[in-house]
Design a protein around this ligand. Structure first.
Ligand SMILES: Nc1ncnc2c1ncn2[C@@H]1O[C@H](COP(=O)(O)OP(=O)(O)OP(=O)(O)O)[C@@H](O)[C@H]1O
Ligand SMILES: O=P(O)(O)OC[C@H]1O[C@H](OP(=O)(O)OP(=O)(O)O)[C@H](O)[C@@H]1O
Length: 231
């Protein structure tokens, strides 16, 4: 067998993950063309690189299909219930920083904190006959966050992309999404609630708690983690 390492298959996360491993003497790269999802590994024996969707890496780790995986903290905590029982966080990699935030229209002058949102949500329901809609793809994280803060009078609507546009399109009144520069929120006339930071995320290296390993794999893994200076 081999030790399987799952890495995002495209974009900034892939490039920066390759750089992070490269700085530690492990050369990762694509095996073929831009569109081929096979990887190659140099500088260490017995490790296989698997290029995967960032959003699928949490489940692949939890189900033991890969031994190690790099993806955002947000995706692991959203996709896996009791994530820390299923994967082990080995190292934060220092890139891919993004905040998951709750945002409302900038023109809602009286709604700045969650208590205001709670009141606005009750008024909204009285006026419109349905609950205030929050668009997001982070259902678990948003529900847990609002439950812990006593906000209940809302409904989630699923949005898998271009989430900030849902308010203008009148399919939601508020959104919860990832932001880094804040430009997308500003361009869509949305403001972050003062106490609306749900999670700070960054690219992180995780280990599966369930992937099967031979003794040889165990030796490869511990050698690799030593090279990466994580344990
Ligand atoms: N604007 C951003 N700045 C920094 N990090 C971001 C930004 N947008 C998303 N991310 C992070 O990148 C990671 C991957 O995001 P996302 O789920 O959007 O992947 P994707 O590019 O759509 O990939 P895939 O569809 O293959 O899963 C997430 O952990 C997310 O936090
Ligand atoms: O704060 P900013 O720097 O403006 O970045 C935020 C945007 O980046 C991400 O979208 P992405 O480009 O990954 O596309 P998506 O909306 O389809 O997920 C995220 O969903 C926001 O829309």
């Amino acid at each position: 067998m081999t030790v399987k390492l799952g890495v995002p298959s495209k974009g900034r996360l892939m490039e920066k993950t390759f750089d992070w491993f490269g700085e530690r003497g492990i050369e990762l790269g694509r095996a073929g063309s831009e569109r081929e999802y096979a990887g190659r590994v140099g500088g260490v024996e017995g490790v296989e690189l698997v290029l995967l969707s960032a959003g699928e890496i949490p489940r692949d780790l939890a189900e033991g299909r890969i031994h190690l995986g790099v993806t955002g903290t947000d995706l692991v905590q959203e996709k896996l219930a009791s994530w820390d029982l299923r994967v082990e966080m080995l190292a934060e990699l220092g890139f891919g920083h993004a905040d998951l935030v709750l945002a409302v229209p900038s023109c809602w002058a009286d709604v700045d904190v969650l208590d205001d949102l709670d009141a606005a949500a009750a008024a909204f329901r009285d006026r419109h006959g349905f609950r205030l809609r929050i668009a997001t793809k982070y259902h678990r994280l948003v529900r847990d966050f609002l439950r812990d803060r006593g906000v209940a009078d809302y409904q989630l609507v699923d949005s898998q992309g271009a989430t900030e546009g849902t308010v203008k399109n009148e399919t939601a009144e508020a959104i919860a999404d990832i932001t880094s520069t804040g430009e997308t929120l500003r361009a869509n006339h949305l403001k972050i609630m003062a106490d609306g930071l749900i999670l700070k995320s960054q690219a992180t290296l995780y280990r599966s708690r369930s992937a099967a390993m031979t003794d040889a794999d165990r030796a490869v893994l511990s050698g690799l983690l030593e090279r990466l200076a994580v344990d």
